[in-house]
Design a protein around this ligand. Structure first.
Ligand SMILES: NC(=O)c1ccc[n+]([C@@H]2O[C@H](COP(=O)([O-])OP(=O)(O)OC[C@H]3O[C@@H](n4cnc5c(N)ncnc54)[C@H](OP(=O)(O)O)[C@@H]3O)[C@@H](O)[C@H]2O)c1
Length: 292
């Protein structure tokens, strides 16, 4: 099957299609007239390279979007080997095994950086992950890029179909629990449907190598939590706390803002604001200000 310039008529496989990003990527592709085979873990385990290559060939896919990952950052600390296999070695194997006619679009993370930066991280900045999750994600990046694939690093993802920071805060509010949120970690929240659009735009633009994509502006988790309370039309207090007061198995980067200049130049458009994504998130769940 041949594709026109917009990608219509093309076909793509989405791995990790039951995850918060995978669902949005499959929807976005279909909206653009691209036939998407949405494969969850039962249909396609990302570690089974041969099966995925065969699936992509049978389907006639011109692209494989890898949204599958072990994303439990604290869990990866206790099971680093399993994390490395799913997040690191499997995408690397897949990139090398796919034919030239089928490109791998792979999603990576701000956790590849050590978080000690003072200005937004550029694609070529030195990496130094401080967590097992970050190390496992970094492991795949070079292999995917070397095979001609696309690696999109992103951060703080929230989608209406997922378990994420926004759903956790909303659940706490629903239970009337007090909110204490870290105020000394800075990053960029990213709305999953916007990220899905960005991935498909980058593929349509023929982008390769590593590209950073996140929404703007940068915020602390505390600032993001206040915005969530506001988007729900509520008045609850959010107490700021220091990272040191809420120890977790995996140490989160203090600063993980990504520089999106390369994305903006490749796609000739600006990245979206996460606040608009937050409104859309609650609208889709029927919980926005208008509904409360
Ligand atoms: N969430 C974030 O804040 C964030 C930030 C930066 C980058 N990212 C990256 O963005 C991508 C999408 O993440 P997400 O937020 O959509 O995560 P998610 O909601 O946890 O989705 C990941 C999906 O991958 C599936 N999966 C796990 N192991 C698999 C395997 N061996 N084979 C096939 N599927 C497997 C999971 O299935 P099960 O539920 O059955 O395990 C889940 O459906 C990932 O590459 C992640 O590293 C996420």
């Amino acid at each position: 099957m041949t594709a026109d310039a917009s990608g219509a008529g093309a076909r793509a496989v989405v791995l990790g299609a039951a995850g918060q990003l995978g669902r949005e990527v499959a929807d976005e592709l279909r909206r653009r007239g691209i036939d998407a085979l949405a494969a969850d873990r039962r249909r396609a385990d990302v570690t089974d390279t041969e099966a995925i290559v065969a699936l992509a060939a049978r389907f006639g896919a011109a692209a494989v979007y890898n949204c599958a990952a072990r994303t439990d950052v604290d869990g990866c600390e206790s099971e680093p080997e399993a994390a490395m296999e799913v997040n690191g070695r499997a995408p690397a194997r897949l990139a090398a095994a796919l034919p030239r006619t089928c490109r791998l679009i792979h999603v990576s993370t701000d956790y590849v950086f050590d978080g000690r930066g003072r200005r937004p991280y550029r694609e070529g900045d030195p990496t130094a992950p401080g967590t097992a999750y970050g190390r496992s994600k970094l492991d795949a990046e070079q292999a995917v890029a070397d095979a001609g694939g696309l690696v999109v690093r992103t951060s703080w993802v929230f989608g209406p179909e997922g378990r994420n920071f926004v759903s956790a805060i909303a659940a706490r509010l629903g239970r009337g629990e007090p909110l204490r949120v870290v105020s000394d970690q800075i990053g960029c929240p990213t709305y999953a449907p916007y990220l899905a659009r960005a991935l498909v735009d980058l593929q349509a633009a023929g982008a390769a190598g590593i590209v950073h994509y996140c929404n703007v502006p940068a915020a602390s988790w505390h600032g993001f939590a206040i915005a969530i309370v506001g988007a729900l039309g509520l008045n609850a207090e959010v107490a700021p706390v220091a990272t040191a007061d809420l120890p977790r198995p995996a140490v989160r980067p203090a600063y993980s803002v990504l520089d999106v200049a390369r994305f903006e130049s490749l796609t000739n458009r600006r990245v979206e604001e996460w606040a608009a994504g937050l409104d859309d998130y609650f609208e889709r769940l029927g919980q926005g200000k208008a509904e409360t």
